[in-house]
Ligand binder design. Structure first.
Ligand code: NAG
Ligand code: NAG
Length: 280
């Protein structure tokens, strides 16, 4: 039975991994580089560095100098930031996925940024490292019905606690409401604080009494939800996730049925054996 349990746990965690992978936003610079140019080499080497680094740390930045100093290829900058609670293994898987999607979405673009649920990746030839940027990128609000005044008070608690924390990654809960906030690691503590405060202000203002809300600014985000799930999306991704869960459930049910059959078969065999022994 033990191996079956382990398999079930692995499948459940891989179903949960799908949350880390769900797409939040992506954007590319309009300017494109020439395929085969030194710029392309720089982009490839930068993105490879990000993927390699994500196997041992949750945040890193890279600056790639042009290979030939005489050429007018620009210096390239890049960073990734995993959500603070991800293991190195989940972080590297997320960054790898984000880089792959960035390669498709921003094909030959001089710069690009992509946020998955669990990680953020950005590269550009204009430096953005250590530059605070509170541009609103994406906002999503849940339905504004069904939030009791108790839940509303919990929500306000959660947001206040998120703001009071001084970490790059923040997670709090109150009542049935949980919240999370994350800055990119290139911000100073005071810049992170300023960014998170802005995100929370906008959450309160724009999501009002919604049962959940996500506010993504260029260098930080703040999210809250009732019931502790961050993975409800308003777009097609939710269907995709439901499919994943359904698939996992189908496999689980299949496994359990299989195990039950084996047990029935084994007990049948042992009865047959006993009959044989008794017959002798
Ligand atoms: C970035 O690259 C593009 C395309 O090569 C170029 O037009 C632009 O001037 C570069 N920007 C900087 C800051 O070097
Ligand atoms: C970028 O990375 C270098 C080397 O890891 C580090 O010393 C520096 O502080 C980082 N810069 C920012 C803005 O995060």
């Amino acid at each position: 039975m033990a191996p079956v349990l382990i398999m079930m746990m692995m499948m459940l965690s891989s179903a949960m991994g799908a949350d880390t992978d769900s797409f939040v936003f992506g954007g590319c610079s309009q300017i494109k580089f020439m395929p085969g140019s030194p710029y392309e080499n720089s982009v490839n080497s930068l993105l490879t560095s990000l993927i390699n680094s994500a196997t041992f740390t949750n945040y890193n930045n890279f600056t790639i100098q042009p290979t030939t100093p005489s050429s007018n290829t620009a210096t390239l900058y890049g960073l990734y930031q995993c959500r603070g609670d991800l293991s190195n293994e989940r972080c590297s898987r997320c960054v790898e996925r984000a880089v792959t999607q960035l390669g498709t979405l921003c094909l030959d673009a001089c710069g690009g940024a992509l946020q998955l649920d669990g990680c953020f990746v950005k590269y550009d030839n204009v430096t953005f490292l250590g530059v605070e940027d509170k541009t609103a990128v994406t906002k999503k609000c849940g339905p504004s019905i069904g939030f009791t005044s108790d839940a509303m008070a919990s929500r306000d608690d959660v947001l206040a606690n998120l703001e009071a924390s001084d970490k790059t990654y923040r997670k709090t809960g109150s009542g049935n409401v949980v919240g999370v906030a994350q800055c990119t690691g290139d911000l100073s503590p005071s810049e992170c604080q300023d960014c998170v405060s802005t995100a929370i202000e906008r959450l309160k203002m724009e999501c009002g009494a919604s049962t959940w809300g996500d506010m993504y600014l260029a260098k930080c985000y703040a999210r809250y939800s009732e019931g502790g799930s961050y993975s409800r999306n308003t777009n097609d991704d939710s269907n995709h996730n439901d499919d994943e869960i359904e698939k996992t459930l189908a496999i689980l049910i299949g496994l359990i049925a299989g195990v039950a059959l084996i047990i029935v078969f084994l007990s049948f065999l042992s009865k047959v054996c006993e009959k044989h022994k008794g017959g002798k």
